[in-house]
Ligand binder design. Structure first.
Ligand code: FPP
Length: 258
């Protein structure tokens, strides 16, 4: 994990890790007087376009919020149809992703998925584990609070077992137990669909992430919109709690960086 900007090094202008809340599938379908699932299917095509773009641009990590822990509360027929869509996408896309060097992983509570889906998730992860061109993380049955709570539980278990003292628990240690702990946190967060919320996505991991929102509905998301987000990101100054002068002098203190 990069913790210090070496003196004199300009901040990278291309985000290494992009995280996206893909919102607006339902409204996109509604605008066309079509069932919501038509919007989700169009959303799956936008996922493919986004992966293509990130691969072309050399983005190292892409994390997509596919299904939140709260989404289980949607009407059962929509949940069932989404599961079918995920299964189909897993069956169809993993070969191609593997061929292109994409490492696929899933974050979230997979115990709530049907065994057939979990099996395919495990298989996709194992098959692509050694790939290094890009890491694609799919957040499925994921919640940011749940993520932090599970990390706290793991540390509590170690304390109870006598292998960890309470005074050893700090940010760095908790941060090692949340999802995606083994990669740099997102540089750029994008949410489509017009709402300006984080909605329980990567709460811990987004602490210093640049946030970018667009009215565009997810099925309409394309290379031009993504380029707009990248251009905006490239113009921002990331200070990690420090001053502009300190950043310019390359004095980003290790403690202030994610
Ligand atoms: C939010 O739109 C979208 C979802 C809850 C599902 C996301 C799923 C996809 C983009 C499809 C394919 C994904 C993969 C990884 C294959 P919404 O339904 O909340 O839209 P609304 O706010 O307009 O109702």
């Amino acid at each position: 994990m990069p913790s210090v900007l070496p003196s004199g090094t300009p901040a990278p202008r291309l985000p290494g890790h992009i995280a996206i809340i893909m919102d607006g599938n339902g409204r996109w379908a509604q605008q066309r007087r079509r069932p919501r699932m038509i919007g989700h299917r169009a959303g799956a095509r936008a996922v493919n376009r986004t992966i293509d773009f990130c691969l072309e641009r050399g983005i190292a990590a892409l994390t997509l919020f596919a299904f939140s822990s709260e989404n289980w509360g949607r009407p059962q027929d929509e949940v069932d149809a989404l599961m079918k869509l995920f299964l189909g996408a897993l069956d169809r896309e993993v070969d191609e992703l593997h061929r292109r060097g994409v490492r696929v992983r899933f974050i979230g509570d997979r115990s709530r998925f049907a065994a057939s889906i979990v099996q395919r998730m495990d298989k996709a992860e194992q098959r692509t584990a050694a790939n290094a061109t890009m890491t694609l993380s799919i957040a499925a049955s994921y919640g940011g609070r749940q993520d932090i709570a599970m990390a706290a539980r793991r540390l509590a278990e170690q304390v109870a077992a006598g292998t960890l003292r309470p005074d050893q628990v700090d940010e760095a240690l908790l941060g090692q137990h949340v999802a995606l702990a083994d990669m740099p946190p997102p540089d750029l967060f994008i949410r489509t669909g017009g709402d300006t919320r984080i909605s329980n996505f990567l709460l811990w991991q987004l602490a210093y992430t640049e946030l970018w929102f667009t009215e565009v509905l997810w099925p309409d998301f394309d290379a031009a919109i993504l380029q707009q987000a990248l251009d905006d990101y490239a113009g921002r100054e990331r200070r990690f709690g420090l001053t502009s002068a300190q950043i310019a002098a390359g004095k980003a203190a290790e403690s202030a960086l994610p």
